[in-house]
Design a protein around this ligand. Structure first.
Ligand code: C2O
Length: 598
């Protein structure tokens, strides 16, 4: 394919390279005076006394009473939100007695009959966050002390030695992920609609609760209530390999044999570009993080994931981190020699690798950091939609008590009793270099999107999309109705007015974003329900100075082999200037107090 552009002076990326310009590594964000150190999240969300606003609906109440054994749950509803109630109900927790076998697909063949159901009990209580006496500080795994690693290893070992039917046993913990992600649970009262906590706004809250109890169980097993999980600091060049404690000793409880042997000591490739130059990989990684956290986000749901409530089809759409760095790490660690990329490379088996919890601690940290970012022009970060706040899950706590937990209790990590070690954030200012204004794109060379969609993405495709407005509009590129073969790892990158077609370089202004998904299997067939993603164009317009053009040229670069993705449509929309209706002022994330949490 010939390039559409005349060559022109390109800005060198060297000046932004963290290894070439050390001052970019030493960012200011770890300074004690920075707001990140002063934020106190004092949530006002009441927790258990406020059941959801829909409890007047007999249907919902009945199901819950069955599930919860008529516990005092159906109090009057008065949710702390002035958001008009949406038309649905929140996702209800699964009915454990109806847990079915989970499924997985391997190259078109169903591997049915995976039993990952938890032990059954009817004794469920509403979980109350205990008072926090001492904050647990989750450490960066690469910086953890020998003493810490010893404790972590010991705790994990004890977890693995618990009786197999103890819900706190390691395999039982791993199965939580399998059951919630591979179709073992139906939405109560919704026929065969799966419960799926990925690819939607439940992604961050669900995994926060999941780690919360996992961490408490580990602490209990070594008699240390302050024990905190480590995070794999893959967003910082110093943490961009698998933390050594997980790979060095095959006898360690943290070791897992089912990992990609080529990557045990390699620099993590968050773009799955297969770039061979390590400096390029690091630069790509920082660009990706900047994009997922700042540049690509115009609405809280772009970060959190799309709306998902009772009766919704699963997979409405992943947030930026979920579909990007998060998914890439799973795929990059999973063993390609195993039938389905086990362990980390497939949802049903991901939790069987102790590294999963360390990886997800960093995913959770991205949520925590995003809430506190001062510079991404998003004052509204708290979703107040009752269908979000009142969604709930079931977990066994550290005393093997089955508890019901709510999304609304997850917004403030400090109220949940944990915080993160402060580490530099070199991606914060890692914007791609400005590119010189280019000659008007040659429209003849690229077909208009209107003639191409729906599009089967099995090769690099390049086309034009008309803009809604000439001039300085705040715009978003929407890829709609993405249907995927759920049995495969699928990933593609999106570039706009890309001039050099070098797909292993993401550290440039023309890189707009990524779609990726891990293999998992919805119960019905291999095709996942369609999802949509939104990629903010505004900063890119500035970076390559094309705000005044009346069309853009989009290049889609698949990173997977063969077919598997169909994109229903593509369009540019204007960003609504009004605050997002599902979000209200994030007082927690912006309130500074005099007390440093450091
Ligand atoms: Cu539940 Cu990283 O996946």
């Amino acid at each position: 394919m010939t390039s559409l552009y005349l060559s022109c002076a390109t800005t060198t990326t060297a000046s932004r390279h963290p290894f070439l310009k050390p001052q970019h590594v030493i960012t200011t964000h770890a300074k004690p005076s920075h707001p990140l150190h002063q934020i106190s999240c004092s949530s006002t969300t009441s927790q258990n006394q406020n059941d959801d606003t829909k409890s007047q609906s007999g249907k919902v109440v009945d199901r819950r009473n069955v599930l919860l054994g008529m516990g005092g749950l159906c109090g009057a509803a008065n949710l702390v939100s002035n958001t008009p109630a949406a038309s649905a109900n929140p996702i209800l927790p699964p009915e454990l007695n109806k847990c079915g076998t989970a499924t997985n697909w391997n190259n078109g063949e169903s591997l049915d009959g995976i039993n990952c159901c938890p032990p059954l009990t009817t004794d469920i209580i509403d979980y109350k966050l205990p008072p926090v006496f001492r904050m647990k500080i989750r450490p960066s795994a690469h910086r953890a002390s020998a003493e810490y690693m010893y404790k972590y290893n010991l705790a994990t070992d004890r977890m693995k030695r618990l009786p197999a039917d103890d819900p706190r046993n390691f395999m039982q913990q791993a199965n939580i992920h399998c059951a919630y992600c591979n179709g073992a649970y139906d939405q109560p009262g919704q026929g065969t609609l799966d419960i799926q906590i990925h690819k939607c706004w439940l992604f961050f809250p669900f995994h926060r609760w999941y780690l919360y109890f996992y961490e408490r169980i580990l602490g209990k097993l070594i008699g240390d209530p302050t024990f905190a999980l480590p995070f794999w600091n893959w967003d910082n060049p110093k943490g961009m390999t698998i933390p050594p404690m997980f790979v060095e000793d095959p006898r360690s409880a943290l070791y897992d044999r089912k990992r990609n042997q080529k990557n045990l000591r390699a620099v993590v490739d968050l773009g799955l570009t297969d770039a061979t130059d390590t400096l390029q990989v690091v630069s790509n990684n920082l660009t990706i993080m900047h994009n997922e956290m700042i540049r690509g986000i115009s609405d809280p749901l772009d970060f959190m994931g799309a709306r998902y409530s009772e009766g919704s089809d699963p997979n409405p759409g992943e947030g930026s981190v979920e579909r990007g760095s998060h998914t890439s790490i799973h795929a990059w660690v999973g063993d390609p020699e195993q039938p389905s990329g086990e362990d980390l490379g497939n949802f049903y088996s991901a939790g069987r690798d102790p590294l999963f919890y360390c990886h997800h601690a960093n995913v959770d940290r991205m949520w925590y950091l995003w809430q506190r970012l001062p510079n991404n022009k998003l004052p509204d970060k708290r979703i107040t939609d009752p269908d979000y706040l009142n969604a709930s899950f079931l977990f066994y706590d550290e005393n093997a008590q089955l508890v019901k937990v709510y999304v609304r209790d997850t917004f403030d990590n400090r109220r949940m009793g944990f915080d993160y070690e402060r580490i530099d954030l070199p991606w914060m200012d890692y914007r791609p270099p400005l590119q010189a204004a280019r000659t008007k794109i040659n429209k003849v060379d690229a077909p208009n999107a209107k003639t191409l969609f729906p599009l089967k993405l099995d090769r690099v495709v390049r086309f034009q999309v008309d803009k809604t407005k000439k001039g300085k509009a705040d715009e978003i590129l929407v890829l709609e109705n993405i249907t995927v073969d759920a049995s495969k790892l699928l990933k593609f990158d999106v570039f706009v007015n890309d001039e050099d077609d070098n797909p292993s370089e993401l550290d440039k202004a023309s890189y707009l974003g990524t779609y990726a998904q891990l293999p998992h299997k919805p119960r019905s067939g291999t095709t996942s329900n369609s999802s949509s993603i939104r990629l903010k164009l505004t900063d890119l317009y500035d970076d390559i100075d094309i705000g005044d053009d009346d069309a853009i040229v989009v290049t889609l670069v698949p990173r997977h082999q063969g077919p598997g993705v169909t994109i229903g449509g593509i369009k540019i929309i204007e960003n609504p200037t009004k605050p997002n209706p599902t979000a209200a002022a994030a007082t927690d994330a912006t309130t500074t107090t005099a007390t440093s949490s450091g």
